[in-house]
Design a protein around this ligand. Structure first.
Ligand code: UD1
Length: 325
């Protein structure tokens, strides 16, 4: 199938493109390279440089006869979204509406959308299933929830069939080492640990060790980016085959604490990785763990690479090149 991947040069997007190509799809990537990287592009995919706020370029691209769109282009820094809601509303919400309208105009009726566990907000119970209340606590999560609601209306009114994939914490790199782009100034835990391991940063700041968790540090559900990528291929097949829309969690169903991630990284890298305890980061819940039963039942999706050792080892394989290329 001819597939357009918007945001396909980004960290998750490039893994999705690789999985689609491996599954035999023909792929075009549309990306403005604002956070995506040229080195994340593959020779066997067509590349169009463009912005989702550019309606003319988007419409020209969508006129090429795609069967399905995978949309991963978004701003994703939860903290920044609280300072710059206008920027997040414009890029994430208005940008998605531009995509939906271009798709409608060109009769493309299949969409796989990157949503987030941030739609849930503070957990009321664990593990979090898809029926959990959606009360985002940051504006980024609000943009994702708002888009999900818009998708439901386009399904009703325009016959759009979509999969909204609610990612928990994406981590790791392609186990075969084919994706090498590194994020600039990462804020997420594992890339920060990797930068400390490489000496690009002096120390990991652990945001609080007084949470009610097994070792006092924050617990998250880390899901390998290649497992996420596989789910996109399966979701796209499903919405096409079943002619139905779908909203599912994508998580590993197991919680890993900051201290456990750090300890595993010290073991695998053989580096000391200095760390210090600092104050809690505002807005961070103690623990967020999914149940991904629905994705298992409907898509047949099973994570295979999301154990903590594989997450760290596949990241280290890429990051270590910074010190010994
Ligand atoms: C957040 C968002 C998530 C979004 C993701 C991508 C929420 C609830 N979650 O995840 O939706 O997709 O960012 O950017 O909005 N930590 C440290 N030191 C660090 C960095 C992190 O101790 O330098 C800790 C955090 O306190 C947390 C854990 O590591 O306990 C994971 O943090 P992070 O990687 O930033 O992801 P989330 O905040 O969970």
């Amino acid at each position: 199938m001819e597939t357009l991947v918007i945001g396909g040069a980004g960290y998750i997007g490039s893994h999705v493109v690789r999985a689609l190509l491996d599954a035999g799809h023909r792929v075009t990537v549309y990306d403005n390279l604002s956070s995506g990287k040229e080195e994340n592009l593959f020779g066997d995919a067509t590349f169009v440089r463009g912005d989702i706020l550019d309606k003319v370029a988007l419409s020209a691209c969508l006129s090429e006869g795609f069967g399905v769109v995978v949309h991963l282009a978004a701003l994703k820094a939860a903290g920044e979204s609280m300072d710059l809601p206008g920027k997040y509303a414009e890029n994430n919400i208005a940008g998605t509406i531009n995509i939906l309208n271009a798709m409608t105009n060109h009769k493309v009726k299949r969409l796989v959308f990157s949503s987030s566990a941030a739609v849930y907000g503070d957990p009321v119970y664990q593990p979090i299933d898809e029926e959990h209340p959606t009360e985002p606590v940051n504006f980024y999560g609000f943009t994702k929830l708002e888009i999900e609601r818009i998708l439901a209306w386009y399904d009703r009114l325009k016959g759009l069939r979509y999969a909204a994939l609610r990612y928990f914490n994406a981590a790791g790199y392609d186990p075969e080492g084919r994706i090498t782009g590194l994020e600039r100034n990462p804020a997420n835990l594992l890339p920060v640990i990797m930068e400390v391991a490489c000496g690009l940063r002096d120390t990991l700041r652990i945001f609080g060790n007084d949470y009610e968790t097994r070792d006092g540090t924050g617990v998250r559900d880390y899901i390998h980016v290649s497992d996420l990528a596989t789910a996109h291929v399966q979701a796209l097949d499903y919405i096409d085959r079943a002619d139905a829309s779908l909203t599912v969690n994508l998580g590993s169903e197991s919680g890993v604490s900051v201290a456990e991630m750090l300890e595993t990284a010290r073991e695998i890298t053989g580096r000391p990785i200095p760390a210090e305890i600092v104050a809690r980061r505002p807005g961070d819940p103690a623990e967020l763990v999914s149940t991904a039963r629905k994705a298992g039942e409907i898509l047949g999706w099973r994570p295979t690479s999301s154990d903590v050792k594989t997450l760290v080892a596949t990241s280290w394989r890429i990051y270590r090149r910074l010190i010994s290329p």
